[in-house]
Design a protein around this ligand. Structure first.
Ligand SMILES: Cc1cc2nc3c(=O)[nH]c(=O)nc-3n(C[C@H](O)[C@H](O)[C@H](O)COP(=O)(O)OP(=O)(O)OC[C@H]3O[C@@H](n4cnc5c(N)ncnc54)[C@H](O)[C@@H]3O)c2cc1C
Length: 584
């Protein structure tokens, strides 16, 4: 018997309206017999009311806005001698659409080998051939119409091709070509090393998020779909080991809502936190916090993966700066194979970032950004600080846990230095320096009149005589070790990378899918949480390993596929009978 009134019972309750949650809500409610509730802690956005910062092709003001993220969430980046460093802000979405509403709009899938690796890691049936139809289903690719691309999915995808690139992006491309990189027009269709125009979820110079693409007006008007925003789920309700509902917080009051099936889509940080608070996780950790145990699952919150990154910045000459074709700040990327430590092909990425912030200084500073596409480090973790739902969890990214990731960033930094030294880059950039996304940089990137004033003045000075610019670049903009100091000293370079390495907001794998023989697997290949009934996790947390891709499209693919599995196995009346997902 539901503990609540009949009107508060749903067939599906989806916890979290992010990249996965909006897709599930849209697909599952397409069947009129399904009563679906979507709970999102953050604010609502629909096509009629998307804030300009979110619509903007330049994402840098959306993801720093405390109204659109979990403002208190922090993470440590690396452990040095086993000790985690100081925690810093870790931006994660808290708004309808989740990451897709604030992210950089990169829309790529990774390589076939990334998904074959999922199956090899125990996620039965999740290989490239079986996931490709769902990558196609989600998109309308504006540029490519072939067997690899979708033509009528909700997310519109496009690229900004070389003839529209700024001088800086063209210089990066010329430097890559001089080093032997081939040009690949389609990042989502050619899976070999080379450089390419970045694919983005953007149409008519506006962001395309799952909130607007999947929850359009027609979908939102379905009588069987209820969307509650500003509604945080504080815990799951169990009857024995069957999940029967959720407690939602409205005006700080808990209210029970029952559901036939609960789907947790709260993201790679939020989903394990909710499971832990509800009694599913490592037994010792739960006991330490006095949480009653529903199911002892040691993998909940473990195996956190991210893409470790490092950057090399420089001053961009007037004329080579971002142009008016698009406000998107990144147009060119390159995938390459480090061949270090048994890494797979295409394990590394370099991006040419033509604008590093919204302000006048950010318009003058570009970077080469290098990250490990296929990291070996997989021992980050999400743990609870407290059983109180108001307290954000601890996040330790542990980015360079495996020394081979540090080795690859050392090699990557040297590759970037070579690109920076090329004639094409020298022609349009000056005063290169090893960069880090420090707290100071983050503070100056917050949208405010004060920051605008300071950066306007500094930008004017940077455009002045070369000696003044070089002085200011060294003393005010940079401030850490110089490029020359690092290139001549392996120990200093490694120390710099350890201190400056950050993730790129691709948290994943904290409730990973896996086989019954994997003690750290939290979900099976149908996303069902092991050891309990009526509960799935569907979001980036169930990736077996992080793919060599930005994680939005892979998350949407996961949601599309699980929704498809649920719908195609429903009997009349909305009862669910699972089927094994088999390769398509
Ligand atoms: C700043 C930033 C930049 C990024 N750039 C890119 C990019 O350019 N391209 C790309 O592919 N990927 C990018 N990513 C990553 C990508 O967007 C995410 O991997 C993806 O959105 C994850 O989807 P998800 O459904 O797992 O989680 P999310 O999209 O984060 O959704 C989880 C949702 O659940 C809600 N929630 C959490 N807990 C609760 C609760 N208890 N009750 C109710 N609601 C809850 C959250 O508010 C959130 O809206 C970026 C991410 C960030 C943060």
């Amino acid at each position: 018997m539901p503990a609540t009134s009949p009107s508060e019972h749903f067939d599906y309750i989806i916890v979290g309206g992010g990249s996965a949650g909006c897709v599930l809500a849209s697909r599952l409610s397409a069947k009129a017999a399904n009563r679906v509730l979507l709970c999102e802690a953050g604010a609502d956005i629909s096509l009629d009311n998307v804030p300009p910062a979110i619509l903007d092709s330049y994402p840098g003001t959306a993801y720093l806005n405390p109204d659109y993220i979990w403002p208190e969430l922090q993470a440590t980046t690396v452990r040095i001698n086993g000790v985690a460093g100081r925690a810093r802000k870790y931006e994660q979405a808290r708004i309808l659409g989740g990451g897709s509403s604030i992210n950089g709009q990169f829309f790529n899938r990774g390589a076939p080998s990334d998904y074959d690796a999922w199956e090899a890691h125990g996620a039965r049936g999740w290989n490239w051939q079986s996931v490709l139809p769902f990558f196609k289903r989600m998109e309308t690719d504006i540029d490519f119409h072939d067997a690899l691309h979708g033509t009528n999915g909700p997310i519109r995808v496009r690229r900004i091709f070389p003839e529209q690139w700024s001088g800086h992006a063209r210089a990066v491309a010329a430097a890559l070509e001089a080093q032997g990189y081939d040009y690949l027009p389609d990042q989502n269709g050619e899976f070999r090393d080379g450089y390419f125009p970045i694919a983005i979820s953007n149409f008519n110079e506006q962001r395309v998020s799952v909130a607007t693409a999947y929850l359009d007006a027609a979908t939102r008007s379905r009588p069987n779909l209820t969307i509650r925003t500003g509604t945080e789920v504080s815990s799951l309700i169990f009857d024995g080991t069957r999940c029967t509902g959720v407690v939602i917080q409205e005006n700080d009051k808990g209210k029970r809502v029952s559901g036939g099936e609960i789907i947790v889509s709260s993201g790679a940080i939020g989903s394990p936190a909710l499971l832990l608070r509800s009694g599913i996780g490592p037994v010792t950790h739960l006991r330490d916090l006095g949480i009653d145990i529903v199911a002892g699952l040691p993998g909940v919150g473990q195996n956190l993966m991210e893409h470790p990154s490092i950057a090399l910045a420089s001053f961009i000459d007037d004329g080579a700066r971002i142009n008016d074709v698009t406000r998107h700040h990144i147009r060119v990327g390159a995938r390459y194979s480090s061949k270090i430590g048994g890494a797979p092909q295409g394990d590394m990425l370099i991006l040419g970032v033509t604008k590093t912030s919204w302000h006048a200084v950010g318009r003058r500073i570009g970077t080469l950004l290098n990250y490990v596409n296929n990291p070996f480090s997989k021992r980050g973790e999400v743990t609870l600080q407290s059983r109180d739902w108001r307290v954000r969890p601890n996040v330790a990214l542990n980015l360079l846990d495996d020394e081979r990731d540090l080795d690859r960033l050392v090699d990557g930094f040297q590759r970037m230095a070579l690109l920076q030294a090329s004639a094409s880059m020298q022609a349009v950039t000056k005063d290169p320096f090893p960069a880090s996304y420090s707290e100071k940089v983050r503070q100056v990137a917050m949208l405010s009149a004060k920051n605008k004033f300071i950066t306007d003045v500094l930008a004017k000075l940077l455009d002045g005589p070369a000696p003044l610019r070089s002085f200011l670049m060294g003393r005010v903009v940079a401030g850490g070790p110089t490029l020359g100091e690092l290139l001549g000293d392996d120990i200093a370079l490694r120390a710099f990378i350890r201190s400056a390495c950050v993730g790129v907001w691709h948290a994943s794998c904290t409730c990973r899918m896996g086989g019954a023989d994997d003690p750290l697997a939290v979900t099976d290949e149908l996303a069902r949480v092991r050891g309990v009934q009526g509960l799935r996790v569907v979001d980036a947390s169930i990736f077996p390993v992080v793919p060599g891709a930005n994680t939005n499209a892979p998350t949407i693919m996961v949601a599309e596929r699980i929704a498809d599995g649920l719908l195609s196995t429903q009997q009349d009346g909305g009862a669910i009978a699972d089927r094994t997902i088999s390769p398509v």
